[in-house]
Design a protein around this ligand. Structure first.
Ligand code: TEU
Ligand code: CA
Length: 552
């Protein structure tokens, strides 16, 4: 497997990145317009979320044609142009393969509904009475995971929206079809692939009810998932491409196999355990407000970083993506310590062992948009759960307060380029409302500020290129009593770094060891030097300090 340890990947949600033709919807020509900005930032790959033909029920994760671009995003020529212009800037493209399910508008599903047995076997259809779903499993977007088709007298499985029918990976014809999709985009010059919820593709042999949860225990990291991944990678020759799997509700053991250097499955994987420390209860219920448990966060980081290191496997490092609220609103501070906390969170994750991902707008500290009415929300998951919360007896205000913290739309608002109307994203009203703070938080303002969050991200990316210890060094966590302080070292030969992060909005102390007396500060988010007596290090609110000890 190739080494992507010193690379940085930037995630673009095209619908909200830049609108080039004034229809209020981001598009591929808009991405091309911003390639110089991305080259200046210093990123190596661009992961674009799906722009394929889709009814947009789940904003493109409901694919109706894997080989064609949806006209709302542009033309195939625009795509060829993006790949070519990216190449000129040494930026590779990573496309998002949604292979667990297709849209019910896909030709395959339409032919299945028309009664063609071949295409019914592309999906998971089960005989059954109209009032008796095959299992009691729940969709991740609420409601039953089964939909009855009366014309066929059968149910079909949809782990997500009812318009997203799960594919039958047991069928070799399905696996062959999907390999052809990879070969098609490989031939076009695509350099990497993200595989959407790829650890859900292997369904169980026996279909049974789940009396403790929503059914995920039966299909998550399923019986043949590793075989399917090995076959897909081998038969399409993408062992040395940059590949990342989104692993929903997975385990460390499986992630060591998914991204193990010898396994020849994927280059790395996303897991989400660190983004559930503010979720409560079974299956980690998302739709309830809870303060983040920072002690649990530290435990999770240590378990996964050390476990993946021992397993010779590779992490995708991230806080943000198109499904998660903005991290500075979630684990940082939107007010007095907005800049410090955004920088601290960035440094914490970028200096760990793995390949870091930057989600559009994270590099300028974009926050949640603070929507106040359900009409502002577009996301199918959010709108479904708004109704579920009301049906559970929550008031509209309570439900809206939960959505304002949890909704996936928090990260899907237009990228804030300038302080002009519609934040420089478009010259017409965007498909989703702009965040209420775009005049204060935008690229144009931060490009003129040497102390900006944007400049801090550039420094982090440069450090990763300059210092091999960041890309390839071993990681070790320091025992720190204080629940609000996370500290770890990175070592490679004689190079050593110490990274100390204060999660708190108050001063926090951590024990300091004599060996770091000679440490040189190479990165921080406060100007003046920190006070320390080399026994106790005092960290200011949301302070990050990075010390280096070189050859001695
Ligand atoms: O996400 C899968 C997934 O696990 C998330 O949807 C998660 O369940 C939810 O957002 C947390 O509440 C992938 C894509 O990233 C997401 O955008 C798609 O909606 C989903 O798969 C279905 O394709
Ligand atoms: Ca457009």
């Amino acid at each position: 497997m190739a080494d992507f340890s010193n690379k940085v990947i930037y995630q673009i949600y095209p619908k909200s990145f830049k609108d080039s033709n004034g229809d209020g919807i981001g598009d591929i020509p808009g991405v091309i317009e911003k390639l110089d900005y991305l080259q200046d930032l210093g990123v190596d790959y661009l992961w674009l979320t799906p722009f394929f033909v889709s009814p947009q029920r789940d904003n493109g994760y409901d694919v109706a044609d894997y080989r064609n671009i949806d006209p709302m995003f542009g033309t195939m020529e625009d795509l060829d142009n993006l790949i070519a212009e990216g190449e000129k800037r040494n930026i590779g493209l990573m496309f998002d393969m949604v292979f667990n399910h297709t849209s019910t508008s896909h030709e395959w599903f339409r032919r299945a509904l028309a009664g063609e047995k071949k295409y019914q076997d592309y999906y998971i259809f089960k005989e059954g009475a109209p009032d008796q779903p095959p299992t009691n499993w729940q969709s991740k977007f609420g409601g039953s995971a089964w939909e009855y088709v009366s014309s066929l007298g059968k149910w079909y499985l949809h782990l997500f929206d009812v318009t997203q029918a799960d594919l039958n990976w047991k069928n070799p014809e399905v696996r062959e079809e999907l390999k052809e999709v990879i070969r098609f985009w490989k031939a076009k010059g695509v350099k990497g692939f993200r595989f959407d919820v790829v650890n859900l593709i292997s369904k169980p042999e026996i279909w049974e009810d789940d009396f403790e949860g929503d059914g995920r225990k039966f299909y998550t990291d399923g019986p043949y998932v590793h075989e399917y991944l090995k076959e897909l990678v081998r038969d399409t020759g993408i062992e040395d491409y940059v590949t990342v799997g989104e692993m929903s509700s997975t385990t460390l053991e499986h992630c060591i196999r998914y991204s193990g250097a010898e396994e020849k499955e994927l280059s790395m994987c996303f897991n989400f355990h660190h983004l559930k420390v503010d979720y409560r209860g079974g299956d980690k219920w998302k739709w309830e407000l809870m303060e983040p448990d920072y002690m649990e966060l530290k435990v999770i980081f240590e378990k996964w970083q050390m476990g993946m290191q021992r397993g010779n496997a590779w992490n995708a490092l991230f806080w943000c993506n198109h499904d998660q609220p903005r991290i500075v609103s979630r684990f940082g501070n939107e007010g007095e310590y907005w800049k410090e906390s955004a920088k601290m969170l960035a440094g914490m994750i970028h200096l760990m062992r793995g390949t870091p991902y930057i989600y559009q707008g994270e590099e300028i500290g974009m926050t949640n948009p603070h929507y106040t009415s359900i009409e502002q929300y577009a996301d199918v998951e959010s709108r479904n759960y708004y109704e579920i919360l009301l049906n559970e007896g929550k008031t509209k205000e309570e439900a809206l307060e939960i959505l304002a913290a949890r909704s996936r739309d928090n990260s899907r608002t237009p990228m804030q380029w300038t302080d002009e109307r519609y934040c420089g994203f478009s010259d017409t009203k965007p498909w989703i409302p702009v965040s209420d703070n775009f005049e204060k938080i935008n690229v144009k303002k931060q490009k003129q500020d040497r102390d900006s969050i944007l400049e801090f991200y550039k420094k982090l990316i440069m450090l990763r290129k300059e210092k091999e210890v960041i890309a390839r060094g071993n990681i070790e966590f320091m025992e720190v009593e204080n629940a609000g302080v996370l500290a770890y070292t990175r070592c490679l030969d004689k190079q050593k770094l110490l990274v100390c992060c204060n999660f708190r909005d108050v001063e926090s102390q951590m024990e300091f060891t004599q060996e770091w007396k000679s440490g040189r500060k190479i990165l921080g988010n406060y100007e003046e030097n920190h006070k320390n007596n080399y026994k106790v290090l005092t960290l200011r609110p949301y302070e990050i300090i990075v010390l280096e000890k070189g050859e001695e």
